[in-house]
Design a protein around this ligand. Structure first.
Ligand code: AGP
Length: 527
């Protein structure tokens, strides 16, 4: 959940550092740093950090952190330098304490990362690939690493279970945790596989054990990686939902449709993607069973088919659950925005989400695209009707939530909207907001309701009459009820856009950055 960028070439190091760090900042943003022969790092936002940077030498490696081991502090920020080795890391090393005990170093940080630098320094050999070959198997855990060794002109790298890509340019090369970190400079890239390591030079890249590698070319719209005239990525991505309807529905799902129609399928997903799993269940009535990815290993039986939903394709919980299902013999279908992701590589069938790059930490257009996939699956491709519904969601006036207790309620498929509404709201505003199925209130939660309660009630056609009864029940307890009203036709799509705007608006009003909610990151690559 940290962002990595490393560069070697002739361009101005400061320009690449600035662009690259901003591009990967969504992956983690509690501290930041770089190494270019000098070790510079601090806590705080990338923008504040960059204001103080005057020049950067090449090659450099840089990092934005989402803390796992050790508090947010300058010492714990990356890069970590031990002896001749400086490195940046995304991932977690489970056995770092045991490794530390065996090494004769004084530790400057509380991180699990510093021990990797120490090991590489301790076993440092002339041929550094041999050092990597020796040290990497000692690490129990996950890692994407970019490494500079004093006196060595290369940037070394290694990857296991968290994403790392090489950007291949003319007379320059990049290593980064996301394509967007180098897309303005080159659209040719290599997605590294688990267990791979190697190095980049200005005119050369070497991946140990892989020869004749042909880089892939990114053909997507790079403009998606910039905010343009919008104040936040999230707002831009909310508005893009109008345009993505045709492109998402153009995906051919005929092959997987047949599987959904005839097979029993476990759906594995996390967060917003998990809500999309329930949407699919309510909308299609197919024989599918949604599971939270991190819980699936405890619940799995003998699945024949699993369907993994992940916009990033890199969510570790989802990937691990899929791996375990595969071990039990399951076949895997995945729906992801990144067809070259780790998840896609594990899958028998990959359905591209086709939503375009999403930068904001909150999933918005990718959620809508996941909902549209469910419509596509049942042969519903009413592009015009869906676009009109999205437009209604974009234009509807918002209401204001002011109470200390906030609930999102709905029945049937409206409960999916309630779950997503509450998640978006708490994720962005840091105000507790909970979702319940409206009919479940009287089994306990109703005792929470009084005049200090705001309720957002989704009243789409499914279960509406009973939902209205439940709405009166909470009103009678003094709660301040806000009805989400839209025409029945694609009510859920209008309400989806509306609930995203509601969360965005309140976050901005309350001084929170919707693109970078605290403690979170876009792709969750730690367990
Ligand atoms: C959504 O706003 C969240 N940031 C989060 O719940 C996200 O949907 C979840 O982490 C799953 O990500 P994925 O779709 O990339 O697997």
């Amino acid at each position: 959940m940290c962002g990595i960028i490393g560069y070697i070439g002739d361009r101005d190091g400061l320009e690449i550092l600035k662009y690259g760090l901003k591009a990967v900042e969504y992956r983690g943003y509690d501290s930041v740093g770089y190494y270019d022969g000098r070790l510079v790092k601090d806590v705080g936002k990338v923008d504040d950090f960059l204001k103080k940077v005057k020049d950067v030498k090449v090659p450099f490696i840089a990092h934005t952190r989402w803390a796992t081991h050790g508090k947010v502090s300058a010492e714990n920020a990356h890069p970590h330098k031990v002896g001749k080795i400086a490195l940046v890391h995304n991932g977690t090393i489970e056995n770092y304490k045991a490794l530390k005990e065996k090494l004769p170093y004084e530790w400057k940080s509380e991180t699990d990362t510093e021990v990797i630098a120490a090991l590489l320094d301790y076993y440092n050999e002339e041929d550094f690939l041999k050092t990597l070959e020796k040290v990497l198997p000692m690490l129990k855990g996950t890692y994407a690493l970019a490494i500079i060794r004093e006196g060595d002109p290369r940037i070394y790298f290694a990857k296991k279970d968290t994403p790392l890509l090489l950007g291949i340019g003319e007379g320059e090369n990049f290593v980064a945790s996301d394509l967007v970190a180098f897309l303005p400079y080159t659209n040719r890239y290599i997605r590294l596989e688990d267990g791979e390591y190697g190095y980049i030079e200005r005119d050369k890249y070497v991946i140990k054990g892989r020869e004749n590698i042909r880089p892939q070319t990114f053909e997507g719209d790079i403009k998606a990686a910039f905010k343009g005239e919008f104040p936040t990525f999230m707002l831009k991505e909310i508005h893009e939902q109008l345009d993505i309807v045709p492109q998402v529905l153009s995906v051919d799902v005929s092959e997987v449709r047949e599987i959904f129609q005839t097979q029993e399928i476990d759906i594995i997903a996390a967060g917003t993607s998990y809500h999309a799993a329930w949407y699919l269940r309510y909308l299609t009535g197919f024989n599918v069973h949604p599971y939270v990815a991190s819980e699936y290993p405890y619940l799995m039986r003998e699945p024949k088919w699993v369907f993994a939903i992940s916009q990033s394709g890199e969510t570790i919980d989802t990937i691990k659950a899929v791996k375990q299902a595969k071990q039990k013999g399951a076949k895997v279908i995945s729906l992801t925005n990144y067809v070259s992701s780790t998840l896609a590589a594990l899958s028998d069938y990959v359905v591209p989400l086709n939503a375009g790059i999403e930068i904001g930490v909150a999933a918005t257009k990718t959620f809508l695209a996941q909902l549209l996939f469910a419509h596509n699956l049942i042969g519903d491709k009413d592009i015009k009707g869906m676009k009109e519904a999205v437009r209604r969601g974009l234009e509807a006036p918002l209401f204001e939530l002011t109470k200390p207790k906030i609930f999102f309620l709905g029945r049937g498929i409206n409960y999916v909207l309630a779950m997503e509404g509450a998640l978006k709201f708490k994720e962005l505003t840091y105000v507790p907001a909970e979702a319940f199925p409206a009919g479940e209130m009287k089994h306990g939660p109703l005792s929470l309701f009084d005049k200090d309660t705001d309720v957002v009630f989704f009243l789409g056609p499914q279960g509406r009459e009973l939902a209205k009864v439940n709405m009166e029940e909470v009103r009678a307890r003094g709660a301040n009820v806000h009805e989400v009203i839209f025409p029945d036709k694609y009510y859920e799509l209008s309400a989806t856009v509306f609930l995203q705007r509601l969360a965005h608006e309140h976050a901005v009003r309350w001084g929170k950055d919707p693109d970078k909610p605290r403690h979170l990151a876009k792709s969750v690559t730690v367990e």
